[in-house]
Design a protein around this ligand. Structure first.
Ligand code: SF4
Ligand code: SF4
Length: 179
């Protein structure tokens, strides 16, 4: 039987208290999740198996401040593969939520999520022209030549975004989701 009471306090306990994380302590470290993960194939060092292991070892500080938890593409391949009914992809999503709630907001993934949410709350849709800068900060300067070429081809959307109709309903949905 899994659950918060068995895996203890700290990050393992927090994850185990969530419906998608309750069986995390059943992990046998077989590595099937990593073997079938398309992101692990493309990004050296990314491993859902290791993320589960580091969560169980309560290495929260290191994990929550890392870019790694933001690499997952949410394809659910690992969830379909795990024979111990663990949901690595959903656990990684839970780690992202915990990271933002605990103030680990400096990673590109966290900044992207918060910028995305900020745009939706403000205007009801994304401002694609500013999203990259809000996500990557000054490092977007290296993308200027590429952006210029896109602009010449008319592929950079206007940075001026109008509010959508029904914005209050969108905001209410965002608030409902955040509870
Ligand atoms: S989460 Fe499942 S598939 Fe991945 S290492 Fe643990 S038991 Fe194996
Ligand atoms: S859900 Fe994430 S961790 Fe799981 S297989 Fe897909 S990309 Fe990999």
């Amino acid at each position: 039987m899994g659950g918060a009471a068995e895996v203890g306090r700290g990050l393992p306990g927090e994850v185990a208290a969530l419906p998608d994380g309750k069986d995390i302590d059943h992990c046998i470290q077989c590595g099937m999740c990593t073997a079938t993960c398309p992101v692990a194939e493309a990004v050296p060092g990314f491993s859902p198996r290791q993320i589960i292991a580091r969560t169980l070892m309560n290495l929260g500080e290191e994990l929550l401040a890392s870019d790694e938890i933001w690499y997952c593409a949410r394809c659910q391949q690992c969830v379909a593969t795990c024979r111990k009914d663990i949901r690595p992809g959903d656990i990684i999503t839970a780690l992202r939520i915990i990271a933002i709630r605990m103030g680990y907001r400096k990673t590109a993934g966290a900044r992207h999520t918060l910028a995305f949410l900020g745009d939706i709350k403000k205007k009801g849709k994304l401002n694609e022209a500013t999203l990259a800068f809000k996500t990557l900060g000054m490092s977007t300067i290296t993308m200027v030549p590429y952006a210029m070429r896109m602009m010449l081809k008319g592929k950079i959307p206007s940075p001026i975004v109008k509010k959508i109709e029904g914005l209050d309903e969108v905001r209410a949905l965002v608030e409902e989701y955040r509870r």
